[in-house]
Ligand binder design. Structure first.
Ligand code: HEM
Ligand code: HEM
Length: 178
């Protein structure tokens, strides 16, 4: 597994970036199925994956954050302050969105066993209102905000690529390392 360098991201960073991008595509598809296609076959196919996949994304995001911090002195420099702040915002959202959902899940008192892993046993009695309310207030909204930011992120990569080789950041994350 080669590490990052000042001109390109290394193997582990790329594996994390692209596998998570693929899983996020499924995650957003399931959110769209829930939002706009209630009681359809589309929702029945995708929505059951939302919670377990969201949990996997949180675990991967935590690993990715730890790896990014370990590599921070040897990564390609940000092309601008906006890019730097954008990447920080992506990390904050990748962690906080599933974390808020898990807090809500716990507060609801219902058990949660992603892929059979007994993460939360659930409890009898009244639910914990602040946990449920916090998740209900923010989880979906921040989820859609992440979707918009990711679209902007991909668009900026394209725009930089069109500005010529000097501005192109695509080879940092894809293709043969130089
Ligand atoms: C990074 C991971 C996640 C993303 C990007 C994400 C995104 C979203 C989005 C955009 C919605 C809004 C859908 C709508 O408007 O109908 C939503 C809803 C929901 N999510 Fe997630 N989610 C993630 C993880 C999780 C996890 C881990 C759980 C539970 C353990 C969860 C449980 C729910 C539930 C119950 C809803 C429906 C209620 C609501 O809109 O808040 N999500 N999610
Ligand atoms: C959910 C989807 C995505 C997320 C959360 C995401 C997140 C990130 C983050 C946080 C970085 C900084 C490096 C790192 O720490 O990994 C990054 C870099 C990068 N991403 Fe994405 N990304 C997503 C999808 C995409 C897509 C669809 C493209 C294709 C256009 C793309 C192309 C790149 C490129 C080329 C870089 C290097 C940019 C630079 O160093 O300035 N990403 N991405």
């Amino acid at each position: 597994m080669n590490a990052d360098s000042s001109t390109r991201y290394g193997t582990l960073t790329r594996i994390l970036h692209w596998s998570m991008a693929a899983l996020f595509a499924i995650q957003f598809t399931s959110a769209m199925a829930h939002y706009g296609f209630e009681d359809s076959a589309f929702e029945a196919l995708f929505w059951p994956w939302h919670k377990p996949l969201g949990f996997v994304l949180l675990v991967l995001a935590a690993l990715r954050l730890a790896w990014a911090l370990a590599q921070r002195t040897q990564r390609p420099p940000s092309v601008s302050l906006a890019a730097r702040l954008g990447h920080i915002a992506l990390y904050l959202l990748m962690i906080s969105i599933p974390a808020l959902a898990l807090i809500r899940q716990y507060g609801s008192g219902r058990s949660f066993e992603p892929f059979g892993l007994p993460l939360m046993g659930g409890f009898d009695g009244a639910k914990i209102d602040w946990m449920v309310d916090l998740g209900s207030l923010l989880h979906g909204e921040l989820g859609w905000l992440l979707f918009v930011l990711v679209c902007g992120h991909a668009l900026m990569v394209l725009i930089h690529r069109m500005q010529g080789a000097q501005h192109d950041v695509w080879p940092r994350m894809w293709g043969k390392p130089d």
